[in-house]
Design a protein around this ligand. Sequence first.
Ligand SMILES: CC(C)(COP(=O)(O)OP(=O)(O)OC[C@H]1O[C@@H](n2cnc3c(N)ncnc32)[C@H](O)[C@@H]1OP(=O)(O)O)[C@@H](O)C(=O)NCCC(=O)NCCS
Length: 148
Amino acid sequence: MLVCPFLPSEASQVSALIKTTLTKANSKDYPKEVLKHQIEHYSEENILRSSKDKTILLAIEGKEIIGTASIKDNWVSGVFVHPDHMSKGVGKALMERIEAIAKDNGFSTIKLGSSTTAQGFYRKLGYKEIKEIVDEKVGKVIQMEKAL
Ligand SMILES: CC(C)(COP(=O)(O)OP(=O)(O)OC[C@H]1O[C@@H](n2cnc3c(N)ncnc32)[C@H](O)[C@@H]1OP(=O)(O)O)[C@@H](O)C(=O)NCCC(=O)NCCS
């Protein structure tokens, strides 16, 4: 498995990966309307747009995109691993690279808004809960951070 920078030609595949993960993995924690909003948020067009001001990383196995994570300044977003490739260290490998980028850019803390689904994963990586927000469109989000 390789961790590589995103290329604009991969936006459609990344959008499809996120849709699959949201549908299969996050559906146990979030209602349908929230998932629908999130799937729209990660459309091909929106991924292309956000790639202009975020660093997006991809985990690639063979020719398949199996995971993704993004960072802007010290704020992490868009961390998704394909359900068929979960629990094999893909998410952890992406987060290690994301944290290294933030550190190289001079940040001493790194922050994110976790889904209920991923809270245990981030805890395992050393993130601590700061506060919980319940947004009408995105549902429950747990703000977490870690010292780098
Ligand atoms: C959360 C997610 C990114 C984790 O990716 P992953 O590749 O399955 O995780 P890893 O295999 O790298 O796990 C790293 C460690 O965290 C642990 N872990 C993973 N998910 C966990 C969870 N939900 N609860 C507790 N621990 C978890 C693993 O056991 C592993 O521990 P180890 O290092 O002792 O072996 C992935 O499950 C996912 O895409 N979830 C749905 C989408 C989502 O909610 N994304 C976050 C949006 S904020």
